[in-house]
Ligand binder design. Structure first.
Ligand SMILES: N[C@@H](CCC(=O)N[C@@H](CS)C(=O)NCC(=O)O)C(=O)O
Length: 228
């Protein structure tokens, strides 16, 4: 299997974690990324494989897939053990919804923090405006922690057993933390869940690689509150 990934791509890293959890060996191509130009120029293989021109892209012989959710569902079908989704239909649907919420709903305020890892340009007014929006987004993220803590309750994992919902939610929270969102302190169950996942070898590798990519590529982001 061949995975087109990127050093700071939340969605590609979801797939990397799934592949490692499944014990599937894969080759990885890290497409070029800079904090000033993003993914431009796009990797030709990604342009050819994905009409959205985004990573991740997975190639398995004659099958080429894009979109982290579709890719992980395929991996779960092809390599059912260990499963990344519950079998029971309602539990499975609920779990898929949690993944979607992480990828598409929890992502929105995190997106408002992304400018922080880009080097400041000459337009200081724009940066100040972005920072004002970011402070509001931080409050939304804090509210999201509360909602997540409630959903998690006393369970070890969001869907009972370890699943794609944990991968997606972790990656979302991790992205926020990299970009100066508040720590999870105050939500003990969520914080314990986060530490438990961070210790899994699949997550630990991704966290270490992203930290190293940040040191190499990103503008240093001040810790939460120190910006205010
Ligand atoms: N829903 C897609 C989102 C993929 C995505 O947003 N990829 C980003 C990197 S994390 C990308 O390639 N961005 C470049 C662009 O949109 O031009 C997935 O789950 O794979």
């Amino acid at each position: 299997m061949l995975l087109y990934s990127a050093p700071l791509s939340l969605f590609s890293r979801k797939v990397e974690i799934a592949l490692v959890e499944k014990g599937v060996s894969f080759e990885r191509v890290l497409v070029p990324f800079t904090q000033t130009k993003g993914y431009a120029p796009k990797h030709p293989a990604v342009i050819a494989a994905n009409p959205k021109r985004q990573v991740p892209v997975l190639v398995d012989d004659d099958l080429t897939l894009y979109d982290s959710t579709i890719i992980i569902e395929y991996l779960d079908d092809k390599y059912p053990n260990p499963p990344l989704l519950p079998r029971e239909p309602k539990a499975r649907a609920r779990c898929r919804l949690l993944e979607l919420e992480a990828d598409e709903v929890l992502l929105l305020p995190v997106r408002d923090l992304m400018f922080r890892s880009e080097p400041p340009g000459p337009d200081t007014e724009r940066r100040e405006e972005q920072e004002r929006a970011a402070v509001k987004a931080e409050d939304v993220i804090l509210g999201n922690y509360g909602a997540l803590a409630e959903k998690l309750g006393g369970q070890e994992y969001f869907c009972g057993t370890f699943s794609v919902a944990d991968i997606a939610t972790f990656m979302n929270i991790h992205h926020g933390l990299r970009l100066g969102a508040a720590p999870l302190a105050g939500h003990e169950n969520l914080s314990t869940w986060h530490s438990r996942l961070a210790k899994r070898p699949s997550f630990a590798k991704v966290i270490a690689e992203m930290a190293s990519a940040d040191r190499e590529l990103s503008h240093a982001v001040p810790a939460y509150r120190k910006t205010r």
